[in-house]
Design a protein around this ligand. Structure first.
Ligand code: AMP
Ligand code: GLY
Length: 425
């Protein structure tokens, strides 16, 4: 079977890497992909943009693609599954259920309707009303742009002035464009964060092994929010008892609620959670694999992922084989200097093959580009050095031993990926 992955980041390289391990797969195309995908024996990039549905349709028909896997949220929110699914199975939620990520107002109302635990909130479409509310509520308080803002639309305000500034940025300064036309103001949740990614087929929902990303740019969870600077799996904050509560209180009510609402949920359901004294609370839902969570979850998966994707598409997930190893996996992102603010591109990257030489290390490309014989930087998060092994401490050391072999001008990374998990063990 030939598989088409849509997207170009570290998540998509990791998806293509895992899909290529399936014996049933002869070729993995990635549109538009990155040099990491091209380096896979079965991998090939195709120059079709993420939003080019016409190009994707023509390619699927010409190549006889048997499965499409959609990586990022934007095409899902725009309805790429609805637009392609007459041609072949397409893994991901349709446009209606994808609003769970595309609109925080939709997600909050959905959770309220179906009794899914989440922070108390209010929704605003003018800055003045939001500011009055924030002054009444006091800080800490959280301000969120309604729409998709590449993980940057959220401000955890430690004082009222900071909240007001965030409201004005979104609604008056329009720094998130239309995504900030509406905002959510919600109560600050205490606790430790964890991500649960689950496969769903409209009726059945099955969580993967747990993982945790590091959203803050700098060590000690300081600095601005990013797409994610590293991740580890498993996340010890999620005990087996907690995982059961997450299934019962969050995942199943979500998939059942979507079915009741007439918009069955298929694909990946990603719950970003705060694990606090009262149990799990939903911070956000995403409708696709996390980046960089994918880079630590898929290396632990021992079953073939392709039949699982197909089972999600045809409603037979309850019969799928899903297994994982008992080990640990850690990924550390190497980012361009300045990220998540502005940064330069085109810096030559060296040492990827050196890092890859360790059989328990893989470098997943994200913002990279082939430039003649060189691989150069082409984005904020450039690549993720991923290591696996039995013991968390040794796995963290292995990931950093790989990371220091890779370099480019201005490279930045966090030095404390996985530390929280080590402290807890
Ligand atoms: P989101 O994009 O909604 O996941 O928010 C980004 C980050 O902001 C989360 O990963 C949390 O670290 C933080 N955050 C969001 N909402 C809350 C909340 N209600 N209480 C505390 N922290 C939050
Ligand atoms: N790592 C967070 C996300 O993918 O949304």
């Amino acid at each position: 079977m030939k598989v088409l992955v849509i997207g170009s980041g570290g998540r998509e390289h990791a998806l293509a890497w895992k899909i290529a391990q399936s014996e049933s797969v002869t070729k993995v195309y990635c549109a538009p992909g990155n040099p990491g995908v091209a380096s896979l024996a079965k991998g090939e990039n195709v120059a079709i943009a993420v939003g080019d549905v016409g190009g994707q349709r023509a390619f699927i028909e010409a190549q006889g693609i048997g499965l499409v896997v959609v990586g990022p949220e934007d095409p899902l929110a725009d309805g790429v599954v609805d637009a392609l699914e007459d041609l072949c199975p397409v893994f991901g939620p349709r446009k209606a259920p994808a609003q769970l990520e595309a609109s925080k107002a939709f997600a909050k109302a959905f959770m309220a309707r179906h009794n899914i635990p989440t922070a108390a909130y209010a929704e605003f479409d003018t800055a003045a009303a939001a500011i009055t509310y924030v002054k009444e509520q006091g800080a800490p308080i959280v301000v969120k742009a309604d729409g998709l803002a590449a993980g940057k639309g959220v401000t955890v305000a430690t004082d009222v002035d900071m909240a007001i500034a965030a409201i004005n940025d979104a609604m008056v300064g329009k720094v998130f464009g239309d995504a900030g036309g509406k905002i959510i103001v919600e109560a600050f949740l205490e606790g430790e964060e964890a991500s649960i990614l689950a496969f769903a087929d409209g009726k059945t929902v099955i969580p993967m092994v747990t993982s945790q990303d590091h959203k803050a740019a700098y060590d000690g969870d300081t600095g601005p929010n990013t797409g994610g600077m590293g991740a580890y799996s498993p996340a010890p904050v999620v005990t087996p008892e907690m995982l059961q509560r997450i299934e019962d209180e969050v995942l199943k009510p979500c998939v059942e609620g979507m079915a009741k609402d007439g918009t069955p949920y298929t694909g990946i359901l990603y719950a970003g959670l705060m694990i606090g004294p009262d149990g799990p609370q939903v911070v956000e839902f995403n409708v696709r694999f996390g980046d960089p969570e994918t880079q630590v979850v898929l290396p632990r998966m021992t079953s073939d992922i392709v039949p699982v994707f197909l089972a999600c598409c045809n409603g037979t997930l309850d019969q799928a084989d899903l297994s994982y190893d008992d080990g640990t996996c850690v990924t550390v992102v190497l980012a361009s200097g300045g990220y998540p603010g502005s940064y330069e591109k085109g810096k030559v990257i060296t040492g990827i093959a050196d890092a890859d030489a360790d059989p328990q290390v893989t470098v997943f490309h994200a913002g990279t580009k082939q430039d003649g014989d060189d691989v150069v930087t082409n984005g904020g998060r450039v690549l993720a050095v991923t290591a696996w092994g039995d013991d968390l401490k040794a796995t963290i050391e292995r990931a950093y031993a790989g990371l220091v072999k890779v370099s480019f001008e201005g490279a930045q990374f966090r030095t404390d990926i996985g530390k929280k998990a080590l402290d807890r063990l």
